[in-house]
Write a protein that binds this ligand. Structure first.
Ligand code: 9Z3
Length: 376
């Protein structure tokens, strides 16, 4: 019962409730129970991860919002997609000054979210804080300020004539989505925050059955620094200011994963457990699951996508290469094998029309990205 209470507290933690003194004991108990009960190593890895990596502070708020959102759309019989978008950070210090990041601007996720909305889905948009958002992404790319869309007229701020038509179209779509309550925006920063949110939202989506979809475009780190090997304070480069026995700031006798040795910074990361397996088998067994595979070596892309599909037995892997991701993607699925979708680099699309199928959606979004890339 202490274990159950611990789990409950983690999900619905009241920020004012301090259970920190109980945690080590409860964690030990949970590890023991899990070791005895669980048959699969994926489950053990999950359990270990979530007992050792603390939940983000805003998890309770996020789950409350997601529960209400999902409940409403279940009642209305609507499909709900969780779109993940943006990079995940790997903090090196508890009071984080330095971190490792995964590349992603959030274009794929933010663009795709718009197309899902246009096709009747309700969208939970779990994105890296400050990465691109659906709709506002049209005005937040980095070569032009949003102020460049404005001008002053009779002491009022108005949209420039040349942008009126386009902005009115986007504004109408955005207003309609807001009015219908079809878009829920949640954010994360670190890999741990991402995984806690993914797991909680996935479990809340179970009542949707096959009307749930996961579209995992976020660029997820494969390595991380476990909490119990993370120094509290900023890592010092000057040996005169090193803290603790191994450069660690606390009393811990565990060697910090990121530390200075001599004049070098040594970073010794551990693998992030593979959560796709748990998502497919445990958290959302009835849902449709689409994952992305990002590579830089063209000779590896399809093989790695196929490997992921074989290993996790989900529905679709969309492969893309860093340098060509805006113009070509490869769909790898058990049903259709390998299928490339390419758009001419010069094509510009202004319309934001229907997508008859998932293949159509990727085509549309690739066009949109080509257009966006052209503009920037
Ligand atoms: C992707 O491959 C996305 O398409 C991009 C989008 C990150 C390239 P941008 O945001 O770029 O438009 O700039 N995401 C990577 C997905 C990923 O990391 N997958 C992991 C894996 O395959 C976990 S499912 O192991």
């Amino acid at each position: 019962s202490r274990y159950a209470a611990f789990r409950r507290n983690h999900v619905t933690l009241d920020p004012s409730l301090d259970i920190s003194s109980e945690l080590p004991h409860l964690r030990q108990q949970q590890s023991r129970i899990t070791m005895a009960d669980s048959s699969s190593s994926a489950q053990q890895a999950e359990s270990h991860y979530f007992t050792h990596e603390p939940p983000p502070k805003d998890l309770k708020t996020n789950t409350t919002l997601a529960r209400e959102f999902i409940g409403r759309h279940v009642d209305e019989g609507r499909r709900v997609v969780l779109v993940t978008s943006g990079g995940t950070t790997v903090p090196l210090e508890q009071q984080t000054v330095r971190y490792i990041d995964n590349f992603s601007a959030g274009t794929r996720g933010a663009t795709s979210a718009e197309y899902f909305l246009d096709n009747g889905y309700a969208v939970i948009f779990l994105h890296r804080q400050f990465s691109l958002l659906p709709f506002s992404r049209h005005y937040s790319h980095n070569t032009r300020s949003f102020l460049d869309y404005m001008k002053e007229e009779n002491g009022q701020v108005v949209v420039d004539e040349q942008h009126q038509e386009e902005m009115l179209r986007v504004l109408r779509q955005y207003t309609e989505v807001k009015r219908e309550g079809k878009l829920l925006i949640l954010s994360y920063v670190s890999i741990t925050e991402y995984l806690w949110n993914l797991r909680e939202v996935a479990q809340l989506m179970r009542p949707l059955g096959p009307k749930a979809m996961f579209y995992l475009a976020a660029a997820v780190s494969d390595f991380f620094v476990p909490q119990d090997r993370m120094v509290e304070h900023k890592i010092q480069s000057n040996e005169e200011f090193l803290q603790g026995p191994d450069g660690a700031s606390g009393a811990s006798n565990v060697k910090p994963a990121a530390r200075t040795e001599g004049r070098s910074l040594v970073i010794d990361l551990e693998p992030v457990p593979k959560f796709l397996k748990q998502l497919v088998d445990g958290w959302a067994p009835q849902a449709m699951i689409v994952s992305f595979k990002l590579e830089t070596d063209p000779s590896l892309l399809v093989r790695k996508a196929q490997y992921s599909l074989d290993k996790y037995s989900h529905h679709l892997v969309i492969g893309n290469l860093l340098l060509t991701r805006k113009w070509e993607v490869v769909f790898v699925s058990a049903l259709d094998g390998e299928k490339w979708i390419r758009v001419p680099r010069s094509r510009r699309t202004k319309s934001f029309s229907g997508m008859p199928s998932l293949v159509g959606s990727a085509d549309q979004l690739a066009k949109e990205q080509a257009s966006e890339a052209e503009q920037s």
